[in-house]
Ligand binder design. Structure first.
Ligand code: 13P
Length: 320
């Protein structure tokens, strides 16, 4: 058993308490490799923001669980070396079984998500409660989910939205003992969140209803990339094919972050930033074959994107 505490990581408890009280959200950025990790830590140290390093089960397979643990420990030391030791959480994104959550907890994760949202309600309650009981024995925090997001993220796929029912949240939170709750209010995974010509709106009215039922309880928004159109344009102009990619308007996320939404998940925007930077270099310098010459600029572009998110969308700057 490797405790996250030995790695210098923290769980989400204090971070969420302060974020809910302070009207901002903690960034949860997905990572799979060194450049993404460097960009996240540089951006969050420079803006003095706490951060959740988020790993899907696909990312864990891709990067290797042992390497990930040392990378998270490395992230803690790297922040210190950069001159500002920010609080860092290592979080499992969309855990789908008790066994996966247990294995992550035993290998240094400080927070896990158990996503039982595709199960019938009572099964979701039972599975989530089981994970919470094990996690809390190890002082690890747990995110549950009610409702289903549309879209694709690694192995997590759904064709349609099932909005969270405000009438269920109080019972779910009480019976499971979860520390935070992911809800479905119209955000979705991936870069194609809305049909062209439709109004890209999330259901802030459902969020308000949920907040009335569980006042001050930490709420999580998945699928919160905004799909910056300047990045989509670069990708399309350099041989990519991403017509009609549309995301969540940043103003809507900003207003959600001012409420009890205290964790906002962003993955696709980072993928777009890296892809646009790499495509541009390949187009402009076709003879380039040193990975540092394209991964380095991709990392810089990612860092700028994350700084923008922290300062202009989440409001978590100067909260570390
Ligand atoms: P995006 O695809 O909108 O970035 O969402 C990522 C996410 O929710 C990770 O869990």
């Amino acid at each position: 058993m490797v405790s996250y505490k030995e790695l210098g990581l923290v769980n989400t408890k204090e971070l969420f308490k302060k974020a809910v009280a302070g009207g901002y959200a903690i960034p949860a950025f997905n990572f799979n490799n060194m450049e993404q990790m460097q960009a996240i830590i540089q951006a969050c140290v420079e803006t003095k923001s706490p951060v959740i390093l988020q790993v899907s089960s696909g990312a864990r397979k891709y990067a290797n669980q042992t390497l990930l643990r040392y990378m998270a420990q490395g992230a803690v030391e790297y922040a210190k070396e950069l001159g500002y030791p920010i609080p860092i959480v290592l979080h499992l994104d969309h855990g789908d079984t008790f066994e996966l959550c247990k294995s992550c907890i035993e290998t240094g994760f400080s927070s896990v998500m158990i996503d039982g949202s595709h199960h019938p309600y009572e099964e979701n309650v039972a599975l989530t409660k089981k994970v919470v009981e094990f996690a809390h024995k190890n002082d690890v925090t747990v995110e549950g989910e009610l409702g289903t997001l549309a879209g694709v993220e690694d192995d997590v796929k759904s064709d349609k939205h099932v909005f969270t029912q405000p009438s269920e949240v109080e019972d779910f939170v009480k019976r499971t003992g979860v520390d935070s709750l992911a809800i479905a209010i119209g955000t979705s995974h991936g870069a194609f969140k809305f049909k062209k010509g439709t109004d890209p709106k999330i259901r802030l009215d459902i969020l308000a209803e949920i907040e009335k039922k569980i006042p001050g309880f930490p709420i999580v928004l998945h699928g919160s990339s905004s799909v910056p159109q300047n990045l989509v344009k670069i990708i399309n102009e350099t041989g990519g094919k991403m017509a009609d990619a549309i995301g969540i308007p940043e103003e809507q996320l900003r207003s959600a972050a001012k409420s009890a939404v205290c964790k906002i998940n962003i993955d696709s925007d980072g993928r777009l930033a890296m892809t646009a930077a790499i495509r541009k270099i390949f187009k402009e310098s076709p003879g380039e074959f040193d990975p540092r010459k394209y991964l380095g600029p991709a990392r810089d572009s990612l860092k700028e994107l994350y700084k923008h998110k922290v300062v202009n969308v989440l409001g978590s700057n100067n909260k570390a």
